[in-house]
Design a protein around this ligand. Structure first.
Ligand code: NAD
Length: 486
């Protein structure tokens, strides 16, 4: 089943044991740019999920036994191939999920290559195996490959988020079954061909396409799966956690957020406005987005005025145009959900300062950048993840009050703090609950830094050694000082 999308040919069948496998059923991949159907994709279920896990299980020993030295050259080759195919991957992803083409070309797809190369290099050169002594005995710590890892991913940055898990899992010596998102499935299929071209042995990397409950759930219930990595929403994570409990499979969860952008009254206002406007990136479909603007009284009016002027000038349109700043939202069902949040906020008395609906002059999928003020404390627009271009603004007087507002949701994924004082920043950040905090900056990411969410934003941390702690079976072997015959 070949599709040609934006001039790129992609085989949309499953990829199992180094073979293309079709299902009798298919689903449509729809482009949010214009709502058109761009590909038919195989719609897998229990049979395909089981076959993929069996293939990954059969390939596991050989892949694990290669060791970091044997795996790294293949993974470096895969990273090179991603780099050689950046234009194809960027075109495909933009058509499929509507994110900006220039971001895919310059940031996202290069990061895909980095996800693979960084962790292969880490396993080879930086994963040190500590040896320490206890009453004359030697402890030897090792990171052993653990088996088959199932990876289930969302649509907002499909290949980047998939390879952020696939890279370390393969580097750790695990074999992988990837279940991509049904709203943006295409780059995973294209990537499968690159894994074959790089020379990964059959069964080491597999893709099962399909809908979540049909193709994803069987992976989470399979007793031959050693690890589950899930990136997505909290409700789905709860289902997966229950399924995983059946076989006590360890899970790594990267989930939603309702992160604050806190602007203290000594902040550089230009910087504060720049950082606030960035929260609309990817049409608000960024888990880390600091969608709650919390602004200290004293600068609130000046900030609001400048911010509204900047937000009004945001260029929304076709994500393939070089000067577009915000593209479409992913799906009509998702837009309906975003609209519901805005409508209910308005009905509950909040003010929609600008935006608030779809810009139908551009198309059906383009929700306007929106700002909501005067929402009543505790209302859902201030506590629940919208995952669209919808920001709220609240004000506070003291730093303590700002901190309470910042920590006042069930989430704890990220936070952005803007202030002119290093000391105030340190005091504020000490009690801020978030996996990542950016001070006077946003979205600076290092693959060696721990990444994950507190509270309902996730379970576990990945990045650098934290990734290997999850994907590997960490083992301690204790040698007695005597008893040796040879
Ligand atoms: P989602 O939970 O609806 O779906 C995510 C994936 O899970 C999809 O592949 C889907 O097919 C699959 N799935 C659905 N039901 C399943 C089931 N019962 N069993 C197994 N798999 C199932 O999430 P989404 O709408 O695709 O993504 C948006 C969410 O992802 C937001 O909440 C966002 O914050 C979050 N997210 C988090 C991060 C992070 O790093 N923390 C990154 C990106 C997105």
């Amino acid at each position: 089943m070949l599709a040609e999308v934006a001039g790129v040919r992609v085989d949309t069948r499953h990829w199992i044991n180094g073979q293309r496998v079709a299902s009798s059923a298919t689903f449509d991949s729809v482009s949010p740019i214009d709502g058109s159907v761009i590909a038919q994709v195989s719609r897998g279920g229990q049979t395909e999920a089981d076959a993929a896990v069996a293939a990954a299980k059969a390939a596991f020993r050989g892949w694990a036994d290669l060791g970091p030295e044997g795996r790294a050259p293949l993974l470096f080759r895969l990273a090179d191939l991603v780099e050689e195919n950046i234009e194809e991957l960027a075109q495909l992803e933009t058509r499929d999920n509507g994110s900006l083409l220039r971001s895919h070309r310059r940031g996202v797809m290069p990061r895909v290559a980095m996800n693979i190369r960084y962790f292969a290099d880490y396993a080879l050169n930086r994963l040190h195996h500590p040896v320490f002594e206890t009453r004359g005995h030697e402890n030897h710590v090792s990171w052993d490959p653990s088996g088959v890892t199932a990876i289930i991913t969302p649509w907002n940055a499909p290949l980047m988020l998939a390879t952020w898990r696939v890279g370390p899992a393969l580097a750790a010596g695990d074999t992988v079954v990837l279940k991509p998102p049904e709203w943006a499935p295409l780059t995973a299929s294209y990537f499968a061909d690159l894994t074959a071209e790089a020379g990964l042995p059959e069964g080491v990397f597999n893709v099962v396409q399909g809908l979540g409950p049909e193709a994803g759930a069987p992976l989470t219930l399979n007793s031959d799966v050693a690890r589950i990595c899930f990136t997505g929403s909290v409700p789905t994570a709860k289902v997966i956690a229950r399924n995983a409990a059946e076989n006590l499979i360890p899970c790594s969860f990267e989930l939603g957020g309702k992160s604050p952008t806190v602007i203290l009254d000594d902040a550089d206002l230009d910087l504060a406005v720049d950082l606030a406007v960035e929260q609309y990136d990817n049409a608000g479909q960024v888990c880390l987005a600091g969608t709650r603007l919390l602004v200290q009284e004293g600068i609130a009016d000046a900030f609001a005025e400048r911010f509204a002027a900047r937000a009004a000038a945001i260029r929304q349109g076709d994500p393939r145009d070089e000067d577009t700043q915000i593209g479409p939202n992913i799906h009509l069902a998702h837009i309906e959900r975003v609209q519901g949040f805005v409508d209910r906020a308005r009905e509950a008395g909040a003010t929609v300062v600008y935006g608030g609906d779809v810009n139908s002059e551009i198309g059906t999928h383009y929700f306007r950048p929106t700002l909501i003020r005067d929402a009543s404390p505790g209302s859902e627009i201030l506590t629940d993840e919208v995952f669209g271009p919808v920001l709220t603004m609240q004000t506070f007087t003291t730093d303590a009050e700002g901190l309470a507002l910042a920590n006042g949701t069930e989430y704890g994924l990220a936070a952005c703090v803007v202030t002119g004082s290093r000391q105030r920043a340190e005091e504020f950040c000490r009690d801020l609950v978030a996996g990542t905090i950016w001070v006077n900056c946003f979205f600076v990411r290092d693959l060696g830094a721990p990444f994950g969410g507190s509270r309902k934003s996730g379970v576990g941390r990945e990045g650098g050694v934290w990734s290997f702690d999850f994907y590997a079976d960490v083992k301690n072997t204790v040698y007695a000082p005597d008893g040796w015959k040879v």
